[in-house]
Write a protein that binds this ligand. Structure first.
Ligand code: SF4
Ligand code: SF4
Length: 535
């Protein structure tokens, strides 16, 4: 971004009408525009955002027109996504004999018709073909100058809810989440716009899905919505500070305190996105009791008891700390007392008693929370007491994936457990933020995080973002083993990672191949990941 473009942006009413004096000296409005925004020109048919992508920016249309696809959604292949077909039993067996003996062999023809075969730097546009047919077959709506979109995904850590493409040539201002957060903080018009969009599009659904509000009438739910506040804590790009923490040899980050043991609860906190640690003071230290993820609620027991016993002296028995990014709803006590508690069964769990557990019983949990493995829905956990280092798992993975294993049998260890460097198919897949072609995405069919080899341009954004170092860039070759190169004679690189054997019948080859039952794919959000395995 240049000063000249900032000058031009300041002529648009949405920036011109901002009171610049409300911004602090170290975060001036012009500074935000200069550092946290960029202007991109899209050509007709070019995709601006894809439904299902994770993003860290919002968009303001400067000129031209875009179209949002409302119904039905665009087919996955049009968005550059994989549609994975499960192999039959004999097909899966046959690949053991038909695999090329050279690793990472690709048919060069595959990349002929994709706009995104090269890693040569420039932003890779993905275009929709046959726009008239899309307009005929899908319900769409036009978006014009000065309209803002994408703010929910940018601030709320939720996937984009619709695909938007350029109808005419259009100039669009992209605002990174940092800039958006500052605009919301220091300008009331931006705050109102963003908050209104949040209430209109996200809050209603979040509350409606929560069991404790299911019995409410539309009017009562509206009253709860109106009273609810929303907050974000910590950094959206938590993976950056996490990697720094590991590089400095620290395993546990302090995090951002949200609520403290001993405080009076003024409402419940409901997690919308991110993770938070619940802890209790033990002696001079702080002990992790559990962690909360999307949909979990904090402070309910104490508030309920205070209401039931008419005892206003009841205080919070635990503390809550944001682990990296946390997006929460704060639902005030008054509306809960008026609409919810009367109809509710007393909450069952009592966290404080967990503090009486043996320290050793909780040590694994403490470790998993500290290392953020709680993000993993299908982490590779190896019991080192059982593992004989035979590498059958690695060979099975290589045989399923073109001769190169998609994981490394190495990783963080605690006691006799190892979390190997294999994609964990995270609840919060930060690797997906910023992929310019949408090649890395969550599979609609089974929820695993996969890379579309055809549209990956090997830029490495995902590999740099994965906090657990579980993505590798590989150079691909033809059948003769000669490296494939792009039009500028640069090697074609592709991002590779565990795809949870999406196309294999019977699940992940690594787990099935282990003759000693030492390797399991586990969901760290489950009650005891160190016992169960992924079914
Ligand atoms: S690549 Fe990394 S961040 Fe992405 S889902 Fe896998 S483990 Fe999580
Ligand atoms: S390297 Fe990663 S971020 Fe870059 S295009 Fe490929 S999948 Fe997307």
């Amino acid at each position: 971004m240049t000063e000249a473009v900032v000058d031009e942006l300041m002529t648009f009413p949405i920036f011109r009408d901002i009171d610049e004096d409300r911004f602090p000296g170290n975060t001036p409005l012009r500074g935000i525009l200069l550092n946290d925004t960029r202007v991109t020109t899209y050509q007709p048919g070019e995709i601006v955002v894809r439904e299902g992508d994770y993003g860290n920016s919002a968009f303001l249309i400067l000129d031209g027109h875009l179209r949002v696809v409302l119904n039905p959604n665009l087919p996955q292949n049009m968005l550059g996504r994989l549609s994975v077909k499960k192999k039959g039993f004999f097909e899966a067996l046959g690949q053991l004999w038909t695999n090329n003996w050279r690793p990472e062999v690709r048919d060069p023809e595959r990349y002929q018709n994709t706009q995104a075969a090269s890693s040569s730097g420039a932003m890779a546009g993905v275009y929709l073909q046959d726009i008239p047919a899309i307009l005929d077959e899908h319900q769409t709506a036009q978006l014009g100058p000065e309209m803002i979109f994408g703010e929910l995904a940018a601030l709320g850590r939720v996937p984009r809810t619709a695909s938007i493409f350029a109808e005419t040539e259009a100039r669009v201002l992209e605002i990174r989440w940092q800039g958006l957060r500052e605009l919301r903080r220091f300008d009331t018009t931006w705050k109102e716009k963003i908050d209104l969009a949040y209430r209109r599009n996200a809050l209603h659904n979040a509350l409606k899905e929560a069991p404790m509000f299911r019995h409410l009438t539309g009017e009562q739910l509206k009253a709860v919505e109106d009273a609810t506040l929303f907050e974000t804590h910590g950094a959206f790009d938590w993976h950056t500070s996490y990697k720094r923490m590991l590089a400095q040899g620290r395993e546990m980050e302090h995090g951002t305190p949200i609520a403290r043991e001993g405080d009076y609860p003024d409402g419940i906190l409901m997690v919308r996105a991110g993770f938070a640690r619940v802890s209790a003071r033990i002696g001079n230290g702080e002990r992790t009791l559990t962690y909360l993820g999307a949909g979990d609620v904090y402070g309910l027991e104490e508030l309920y008891r205070a209401w039931k016993d008419k005892d206003d002296s009841i205080v919070l028995e635990t503390s809550l700390t944001a682990l990296g990014y946390l997006d929460i709803l704060r639902i005030p006590r008054q509306v809960l007392e008026e609409f919810v508690f009367k109809e509710m069964e007393p909450p069952q769990t009592k966290l404080r008693h967990l503090a009486g557990n043996e320290i050793s019983a909780d040590a694994l949990k403490e470790w998993a929370v500290g290392r953020r493995f709680i993000n993993g829905t299908r982490a590779m956990l190896i019991d080192l007491n059982r593992c004989t280092r035979c590498d059958d798992c690695v060979r099975a993975c290589a045989a399923t994936h073109g001769g190169n294993p998609r994981f490394i049998r190495h990783g963080a260890t605690f006691d006799h457990w190892m979390v190997a460097n294999a994609c964990m198919h995270c609840a919060d897949p930060v690797c997906m933020i910023g992929c310019p072609t949408g090649a890395i995405h969550r599979s609609i069919s089974d929820g695993s995080v996969v890379v579309n080899d055809d549209t990956c341009i090997g830029c490495g954004t995902c590999a740099a973002s994965c906090p657990y170092d579980n993505i590798r860039l590989v150079q691909v070759a033809n059948q003769r083993g000669e490296p494939l190169v792009d039009g500028e004679h640069k090697p074609i690189m592709k991002a590779t990672k565990c795809d949870f054997c999406s196309s294999n019948p019977g699940g992940p080859a690594c787990q099935r191949a282990c003759p000693h039952d030492a390797l399991r794919r586990v969901d760290f959000r489950g009650p005891d990941p160190f016992r169960g395995g992924y079914q």
